[in-house]
Design a protein around this ligand. Sequence first.
Ligand SMILES: C[S@@+](CC[C@H](N)C(=O)[O-])C[C@H]1O[C@@H](n2cnc3c(N)ncnc32)[C@H](O)[C@@H]1O
Length: 274
Amino acid sequence: MTKEEFTVLRDFIYEKTGIYFAETKTYLLESRLTNRLNELGLSSFEDYYYHLKYGADKAKNELANLFDVVTTNETSFFRNPPQLDAFKILLQKAYLNGNSSVPPIRIWSAACSTGEEPYTLAIMIMEMMEAGRVNIPFTIVATDISTKVLESARKGVFSQYSVRNTDEIIKKKYFTEESNVYKLKDTVKKNVKIDFMNLMDDNAYKLYRQMDFIFCRNVLIYFDEKMKKKVVDHLYECLKPKGFLTIGHAESLHNISRAFKPLVFPGTIAYQKG
Ligand SMILES: C[S@@+](CC[C@H](N)C(=O)[O-])C[C@H]1O[C@@H](n2cnc3c(N)ncnc32)[C@H](O)[C@@H]1O
């Protein structure tokens, strides 16, 4: 990949996804795109760029393939327990303590990858309802830019690696184990609606309003400051007053937004809409 090819592709990917490949990541980008070139029978990255930019209908499909290969989809069930503990506390405080007339709790897992995050939240709420003998209606919507991971999320079949931090009792209760894979039961799957949504698309946010909780973990890290600000401003608008935002544990809103009130919990911070 020449320097010029890298620059035009880097800028194109940034514009479409917000993901910014620094020059030091030239090799990474090259290796991720090589398969696409081979599959399309193209002989240079320049041709690939022209195909994406001017290739009419075929290029629209290729955009989805591009999103699949430039994204990093690492995730797992019960990832970062301190954040989940904080979620449980907030949920209990706000909605479960003797408050029997709450409207459905609306939760959005933005950048959900293969679904482990939203399904974890669904399992947690189901467990809380069972323990408290209460029925709290809730809806979870889970979105991502990669159609490949969304397809996998819809299937709900997970590897051993994916459930490595999942309690044995939870595994037995909510999954069916079959030749080393874990199939999530429909009782959990039916609580999570899975959709395509590109966080760069200003118009798409209007479908995700009035949220009580937004989980947007481990995706801001791929964006530069300008894109982080844009996304976080939108997420703020998507929350109900006093709703909560959770970002990745290695991510911060420092220099990004002052609109949220940080709430400190053991090992983590949750951000509340002011
Ligand atoms: C590392 S995964 C995080 C998964 C999950 N939130 C977690 O923390 O375990 C990052 C996800 O962000 C998605 N992503 C990247 N850019 C995006 C964008 N512009 N809009 C929506 N999703 C995006 C990727 O496809 C990927 O699945």
